[in-house]
Design a binder for this molecule. Structure first.
Ligand SMILES: NC(=O)N[C@@H](CC(=O)O)C(=O)O
Ligand SMILES: [Zn+2]
Ligand SMILES: [Zn+2]
Length: 430
């Protein structure tokens, strides 16, 4: 984008550079040109950010875009539109598409399509095993050359310990991490919600916390053996948070992310058989929720990622047991996460770090900062604006959200990608 853009008088927070100040942000030819006072300058475009927070464009490292294969649920274009409506300028898409992202061609195709859409940076996550069947490793090196930034079989766990060991060893040989959907299927198969009093009351099969914890415990042993990098996707239990905390204390390269629903909601949401509160891993108990919050507070959990999992109505309106797992998240990530700031769990800067420079560091992305010369990916939000979430007004094709009809506090007002305003005042600009 050629030309100049001045974002005036915003509360600029750039955790990567320790910046937290009221100032102007100057953008020139799609790049950050400086932070300071630009009184008297004549920009081509001006955005008044008085009273708003100006931060690096958000990064969501866990998204399901459904293209190729399930475009009726979401596609790269609709997902990119939803992303920028939520303030997200870079996202990583999981490989459980059809075909899977298990060979370079598909990764290249996704990257090319995302560039054509030109709203949000899309970085694919390559599959660990061919066909996501847990048996034979993919050509990881080729996937990385095609643009993949990490490896995962998300949607499914890498269940075989020998395969997991090889995946960890091989990906570590070129510095990449393996992202695990930690679920011991022998314990969770057939389950729809957290196992406990509520699953009993509903008469629905449960998924015990031990299903998540036991696989993470195993994987930590393998991470040590392989001297590798291991990342736990969508952490949800108190036991899992403690396992990750202890592994990190031992100096292992173990990291994790939490999804907003796991730190904001509990299994109480499924009372009433609400399938829009069904996801994998399931919403857990209040004790688990509080443990995730504490993990975010003490730094055990470095990343907030949505696990945006759009589904069609037909996949959700068929009873709790048969409904598909997953909820949309891109457009609620910021307001839900701001609860952590309002509750005094995180400073505004720490919250922003978990959606910008922290995921960028784990994935080796050069986004997530407002450093001079960086791509001008910027999010502007009003932390206090209140609005009602209406599922029918979501930009995503997926309307499966547990926050329908709920009041949200905090709203994205502008999303800027490489110096171009791609979202403002509720409208996506193609
Ligand atoms: N989280 C979910 O409930 N569903 C995800 C798969 C996954 O993230 O494991 C999906 O692809 O729908
Ligand atoms: Zn998963
Ligand atoms: Zn996922």
């Amino acid at each position: 984008m050629s030309g100049t853009l001045l974002i005036k008088n915003g509360h600029i927070i750039d955790p990567a550079n320790g910046i937290d100040t009221v100032a102007d942000l100057w953008i020139n030819d799609g790049r950050i040109a400086g932070i300071g006072s630009f009184e008297g300058e004549q920009p081509d475009q001006l955005v008044d950010a008085t009273g708003k927070v100006v931060c690096p464009g958000l990064i969501d490292m866990h998204v399901h875009l459904r293209e190729p294969g399930q475009e009726w649920k979401e596609d790269i274009e609709s997902g990119s539109r939803a992303a920028v409506a939520g303030g997200v300028t870079s996202m990583c898409c999981m490989p459980n598409t059809g075909p899977h992202i298990d060979h370079a061609g598909i990764a290249l195709q996704i990257v090319a399509r995302a560039r054509q859409v030109n709203l949000c940076n899309v970085h694919p996550i390559g599959a660990v095993t061919k066909n996501l069947d847990g048996k034979e490793l993919t050509e990881m090196r080729e996937l990385s050359r095609a643009g993949c930034v990490a490896f995962s079989d998300d949607g499914l766990p890498i269940w075989h310990a020998g395969v997991m060991r090889k995946a960890l060893e091989y990906s570590a040989s070129f510095g990449f991490m393996v992202i695990q959907h930690a679920e011991e299927k022998a314990l969770t198969k057939g389950g729809a919600v957290n196992e406990g009093w509520i699953s009993t009351q509903l008469g629905v099969e449960g998924m015990p916390a031990a299903g998540e914890d036991s696989m993470i415990a195993r994987d930590i042993m393998l991470t040590k053996l392989a001297d590798a990098r291991y990342h736990v996707a969508h952490i949800s239990t108190a036991g899992a948070v403690e396992l990750v905390r202890q592994a990190r204390k031992q100096g292992l390269k173990v990291t994790t992310e939490a999804a907003p629903h796991h730190f904001a909601l509990t299994e109480d949401e499924v009372l009433g058989y609400n399938s829009d509160a069904k996801m994998s891993p399931p919403l857990r108990t209040e004790a688990d929720r509080l443990a995730v919050v504490e993990g975010l507070r003490d730094g055990t959990i470095e990343v907030i990622a949505t696990d945006h999992a759009p589904h069609h109505e037909d996949d959700k309106r068929c009873g709790l047991s048969c409904a598909a797992f997953g909820i949309v998240g891109l457009e609620t990530m910021l307001p839900v996460s701001l609860e952590l700031v309002r509750d005094g769990v995180l400073s505004m800067s720490d919250m922003i770090a978990k959606m910008t420079c922290n995921p960028a560091r784990l994935l080796g992305l050069d986004s997530g900062t407002l450093s001079t010369g960086a791509d001008a990916d910027v999010t502007i939000f009003d932390a206090d604006a209140t609005w009602m979430l209406d599922r029918n007004k979501l930009v995503s094709k997926g309307k499966n959200t547990p926050w329908h009809g709920k009041q949200m506090t905090g709203r994205v007002t502008h999303t800027i990608k490489a110096g171009r305003v791609v979202f403002s005042d509720g409208v996506v600009h193609e």
